[in-house]
Design a protein around this ligand. Structure first.
Ligand SMILES: [Zn+2]
Ligand SMILES: [Zn+2]
Length: 370
């Protein structure tokens, strides 16, 4: 009897290990939760063979899971489907195909699409849509109106894309119209391998949600170097709950920060919370002296951070740019060798975080208490 079970059991083990092996491993790409919110890592602009992408939809959640993302949206073009002779499913099909795999891996998959029109208004993504086939309309205004009717969160894609705007990044009257009719809620300030400072400025001025997305067409491994802390552009979303509803609320309430090539871009409120979550500072009494104070600074995140000392910090002998490597602790002394002043316990010094932008020409200022 037992003997009869051995073979089927071994076969089961073999099949089981085969199934769990095919998705690979998820890397620990840590961007910590901030005070009161989950930090979800998202890419909300992705293509498949159902438009001009090169991969089958099920690969997208697998890639996202392996890279350490939490949320994705497959946003195939409605108006551009070069493989439509071979890939005959309707506009909802790429989402339907990817959904079971996303659910299995715990990736939040948001139903989305790219409304692909010439400039103006150019390309826009509509997320949380219900039936994409209804958004396939001859007039662009009808497409936006239908997406709006379905409750979509809509954002302007790659506003500085050279193919549509050769010499300039321009805001058109059509965009003012979309904003006024609440059919534009956000803007990509990063797309693929480009950052648009002008779009960052507009996002702050016009109160739009800030987004950074990959717009990948090939596999993520073809398009980005993921070795070390390499990563695709990500939109960090600060949610009250880890769910599609949580993501939707956060996007409409503009709780996002863009992460691109190891640099953050976002509103000061969220950036300063993010810095506090990434960095821990503890007094180091052992190496503190009579006129000097030392601290240990730990970077819990997967992104290296860089601090530039302010004027007062320089007077206390901290004259060099300070590197806080990912997942590491450094020691820092104020009032040590070369200091012009004696440093008291609890004294604070200002620094600028070199790779955290709160406006196109402004970096986050932080205080470190010694
Ligand atoms: Zn596009
Ligand atoms: Zn696209």
């Amino acid at each position: 009897m037992i003997k009869n079970l051995v073979l089927p059991f071994l076969f089961f083990l073999f099949i089981n290990s085969f199934i769990s092996a095919q998705d690979g491993a998820r890397r620990h790409f840590n961007i910590p939760d901030i005070d009161g919110f989950h930090t979800l890592k998202a890419d909300l602009h992705i293509h498949t063979v159902f438009s001009d992408g090169l991969v089958w939809p099920t690969l997208r959640p697998v890639e996202a899971w392996a890279e350490g993302l939490d949320v994705i949206s497959i946003t195939d073009h409605i108006e551009y489907r070069p493989f439509s002779k071979d890939v005959v499913g309707d506009h909802n099909r790429s989402y339907e195909l990817a959904l079971p795999k996303a659910a299995e891996l715990g990736i939040i998959l948001i139903k989305g699409t790219e409304i692909t029109r010439k400039m103006p208004p150019g390309h826009s993504n509509a997320l949380f849509v219900k039936d994409i086939n209804q958004i396939d309309t001859p007039e662009w205004k009808d497409a936006f109106a239908e997406a709006g009717k379905q409750g979509a969160f809509i954002f302007w894609n790659h506003p500085g894309w050279k193919a549509q705007q050769r010499d300039t990044v321009k805001w058109f009257d059509e965009h003012t119209g979309l904003l006024a009719s609440k059919q534009m809620h956000g803007i990509e300030i990063v797309n693929y391998k480009e950052y648009y400072p002008e779009a960052f400025k507009w996002a702050l001025e016009k109160n739009l949600t800030i987004l950074a997305n990959s717009d990948i067409h090939g596999s993520v491994y073809q398009e980005y170097d993921l070795s070390g802390s390499g990563h695709r552009p990500m939109t960090l979303i600060f949610t009250r709950e880890r769910s599609e509803k949580g993501v939707k609320d956060a996007l409409f309430e503009r709780r996002t920060v863009a992460l691109f090539n190891g640099t953050y871009y976002g509103r000061e409120e969220w950036m300063s919370k993010l810095f506090k979550a990434c960095v821990g500072i503890n007094a180091d009494p052992l190496t503190s002296g009579e006129k000097s104070r030392s601290v240990e600074i730990t970077n819990y995140s997967s992104i290296d951070l860089f601090l530039v000392p302010g004027k007062e910090a320089e007077k206390a002998g901290m004259i060099y740019r300070i590197e806080l490597p990912a997942h590491s602790t450094i020691k820092l002394t104020a009032g040590g060798w070369g200091s012009e002043i004696a440093v008291k316990p609890g004294q604070q010094f200002g620094f600028m975080v070199e790779n955290m932008f709160v406006a196109p020409d402004q970096k986050l200022k932080v205080n470190i208490r010694f």
